[in-house]
Design a binder for this molecule. Structure first.
Ligand code: ISL
Length: 555
C-alpha cells in the first residue's frame, strides 16, 4: 500500500481517503432542472458544481439515474447500463464525471441490486415461462409466506401467466433478485466493473443486508392485528451475506489500482454486525448506514406511529456506535437522506430556532468520528413541508400506507399527520436555490416548499452566520484538524436532558463540543481555546441551540 500525506498532514494509506472525506447526497430529480420539464437532470447537477465545490465536499453520491419506470423514483431499475432519458444521456454522465474529477471531487453511484424493476429484461425473461433459463434469477414460489412488504401489503405478487408468486420486499414493481444464483451475482459484478471502467469512485449499496435470505423463506412471527408476519429476521443478515460481499469486493475491486468508497445501506443492522461488515481485514464495505438513531421516534408498530424523541436515548445510541466502531470498522454519519424527514424538523426546531438548531445539529454530527453525509438542502436548513394534502403526496410508500391505514380504520387526519411528520416527500421537494425557487423554469414534479422565499441558497452563500457558511466551516475543520478525523470519542453528561456534549482526543489535542438542545440557558463551562460557535463568542451559559467548540493541548 502506498503511504501518502493527506491534506490534514497525517500519513495514512491513500486507499483510505474516504476517512477524511465529506459526502454530499444529490437526489437528481429534485436538485436542478436544466431543460424546464420540471424534473432535475445531469446537466442541472453539472451547472451547480461551483456550489458544491464552494461547500468543499469531497464526494457526490447520486441517487439512481438509471433507466427506470420510476415506480419508486429510480430505485426500480430496468437497465443498469443506461441513463434514464429524463436525467440525460451517457454522454451527459461522462461530462459530469469529468467535471467532478477536474474539480478534485469524486462521484459515487447508487447500486440497487436487491431487486430490479419488473420491466428489467432479466425479469421479463424470468416471468416468460417456468422453463426460462432466467426463471431462477428471481424468487418464485407456489405458496407465498406471510412476509409483509416494506411498502404495505403482502411481499408476494401472484403472476397469472405462470401461476406462481414472486417475492418483492418493496413495491410489486421491484421483484427481488435471487442471489443464490451464481449467474445473477456474476452479472451484477460485471455491471459494477463497467461503471468503475467509466471512472466512478464507488457505490452506495441499497438495502445490501437483505440480499441473502433464509433459504427456506419461513413465515415470520405473526404481527398482531394484521394478516402478516415479521419476515425481517429471515430476509435480513442472511447466512451468505458476508460471503456475497466478500465475493463482490474481490470480483469488482480486486486488482484495480484505484481506491473506492463503499457504503452499505443496512436497515436493522446491529453494531456487532456492522463491525464485521466494516472490518478492513474482512474486505466487505468501508462503512454502513445504520438506522438506530432514525428509529428512535418510531412507535411499536413502526415509523407511522409517533414516539417522542428523547435526547438521552439519542446520545446513548450515537455514543454506542462511536464506541462500537471505534477500534475496528468505521462509521457513516447522517441525520437525513431521501427517505427520512428533514433533520432540522425532526431533531431541531424548525420554527424560531431553525438556523441555530440546524447549525448545532451540523456540528454534533460533523465532529463525530466517521464519514459525514450531507443530504441536499440540509446545509441550508431546509425543513419538512407542513402543508401537504394527500393529493400532493407522490411517494409510493406514503400512498400505499395511506390506503392500507384507511382500510384498517385509521382516520384520514391521523394518516395524513403521519405522512406529514415522517413521509419521504419531506426530503424530496426541490432544492431551494433562490427566493422563487430556482430549481426549474417549468412546473416542478413535486411542489416547492413555500418557505423557499426565506430558506434558500442565494440568501446564505457568502453570508456570515448562515447555515451554509457554518457547514462550510465544519467541513473545513474536518479537512484541517486531525482530531476531527482520527480522535477517539467520549460522551460527557450522558444523562443530561438538554446538553449534547462530547470530547475528541488525538495526539495531544482535545476538542470539546457542547450544544444546548433546548431554549433555556444552560451552564456548561468548557476549558481551552475557542474554535467555533454558532453565536458571537461569549462566556456564560449556552444560549438557545448554541453550540461551542473548544480546543486544548493535553498530555
Ligand atoms: O424508507 C424507509 C423508511 O420507511 C425505509 O424502509 C427504506 O425503504 C429502506 O431504508 C430502504 O431504502 C432504500 O431502498 C428502497 C428505496 O425505496 C429507498 O429510497 C432506498 O433508500 C427500495 O429500493
Amino acid at each position: 500500500m502506498t503511504v501518502v500525506e493527506t491534506r490534514n498532514g497525517i500519513a495514512t494509506s491513500n486507499a483510505e481517503w474516504w476517512r477524511s472525506a465529506v459526502v454530499y447526497q444529490v437526489y437528481p430529480r429534485s436538485f436542478a432542472d436544466s431543460d424546464g420539464d420540471g424534473i432535475g437532470d445531469l446537466l442541472g447537477i453539472r451547472s451547480r458544481l461551483d456550489y458544491l465545490q464552494n461547500l468543499d465536499v469531497d464526494v457526490i453520491w447520486l441517487s439512481p439515474i438509471y433507466c427506470s419506470p420510476q415506480d419508486d423514483n429510480g430505485y426500480d431499475i430496468s437497465d443498469y447500463e443506461a441513463i434514464d432519458p429524463v436525467f440525460g444521456t451517457l454522454d451527459d454522465f461522462d461530462n459530469l464525471l469529468a467535471d467532478v474529477h477536474s474539480r478534485g471531487m469524486k462521484l459515487v453511484m447508487d447500486l440497487v441490486v436487491n431487486h430490479t424493476s419488473d420491466e428489467h429484461p432479466w425479469f421479463v425473461e424470468s416471468a416468460s415461462s417456468r422453463e426460462n433459463p432466467k426463471r431462477d434469477w428471481y424468487v418464485w414460489r407456489d405458496q407465498p409466506n406471510n412476509w409483509e412488504s416494506f411498502f404495505s401489503g403482502s411481499a408476494w405478487q401472484w403472476h397469472d401467466e405462470t401461476e406462481q408468486h414472486f417475492l418483492h420486499l418493496f413495491s410489486r414493481k421491484q421483484p427481488d433478485l435471487n442471489w443464490e444464483n451464481g449467474d445473477v451475482r456474476q452479472s451484477i459484478y460485471a455491471m459494477m466493473r463497467w461503471w468503475l471502467d467509466r471512472g466512478v469512485d464507488g457505490f452506495r449499496m441499497d438495502v445490501i443486508n437483505l440480499i441473502s435470505k433464509d433459504p427456506g423463506l419461513p413465515n415470520g412471527k405473526p404481527i398482531a392485528g394484521t394478516p402478516f408476519g415479521d419476515g425481517f429476521p429471515h430476509f435480513s443478515y442472511g447466512p451468505r451475506v458476508h460471503e456475497y460481499l466478500q465475493e463482490m469486493n474481490e470480483s469488482v475491486f480486486g486488482g484495480r489500482s484505484g481506491t473506492y468508497l463503499t457504503v452499505g445501506e443496512m436497515p436493522g443492522v446491529t453494531v456487532e454486525q456492522a463491525q464485521r461488515f466494516t472490518d478492513p481485514a474482512r474486505g466487505e464495505v468501508n462503512m454502513v448506514f445504520q438506522f438506530e438513531h432514525v428509529g428512535l421516534d418510531h412507535g411499536p408498530s413502526g415509523k407511522w406511529e409517533a414516539r417522542t424523541l428523547d435526547l438521552v436515548e439519542l446520545k446513548e445510541s450515537m455514543a454506542k456506535w462511536q464506541q462500537g466502531l471505534g477500534d475496528v470498522g468505521w462509521n457513516s454519519l447522517y441525520w437525513n437522506n431521501h427517505d427520512q424527514p428533514r433533520a432540522v424538523s425532526r431533531f431541531g426546531d424548525d420554527g424560531e430556532h431553525r438556523e441555530k438548531s440546524a447549525q448545532a445539529l451540523g456540528a454534533i454530527l460533523h465532529l463525530q468520528r466517521g464519514t459525514p453525509f450531507v443530504y441536499q438542502g440540509e446545509e441550508l436548513g431546509m425543513t419538512n413541508v407542513h402543508a401537504l394534502s394527500i393529493d400532493h403526496v407522490s411517494d409510493i410508500e406514503s400512498l400505499n400506507f395511506y390506503q392500507s391505514a384507511l382500510a384498517a380504520g385509521t382516520s384520514q387526519e391521523s394518516a395524513m399527520a403521519s405522512i406529514q411528520r415522517i413521509g419521504r416527500d419531506n426530503a424530496r421537494t426541490p432544492m431551494q436555490w433562490g427566493p422563487t425557487g430556482g430549481f426549474s423554469d417549468g412546473e416542478p414534479w413535486i411542489a416547492l416548499n413555500p418557505n423557499t422565499t426565506v430558506v434558500n441558497a442565494a440568501a446564505q452563500v457568502g453570508v456570515e452566520g448562515s447555515v451554509f457558511e457554518f457547514y462550510r466551516t465544519l467541513i473545513a475543520l474536518r479537512h484541517e484538524v486531525p482530531a476531527v478525523v482520527h480522535g477517539d470519542f467520549r460522551l460527557v453528561e450522558p444523562l443530561h436532558p438538554t446538553l449534547f456534549a462530547f470530547e475528541r482526543r488525538f495526539s495531544g489535542t482535545l476538542l470539546t463540543v457542547a450544544a444546548n438542545f433546548g431554549t433555556a440557558p444552560l451552564s456548561y463551562p468548557i476549558a481551552g481555546e475557542w474554535l467555533l460557535g454558532n453565536y458571537e463568542q461569549a462566556e456564560g451559559p449556552l444560549r438557545p441551540w448554541e453550540v461551542r467548540i473548544y480546543r486544548q493541548d493535553v498530555e
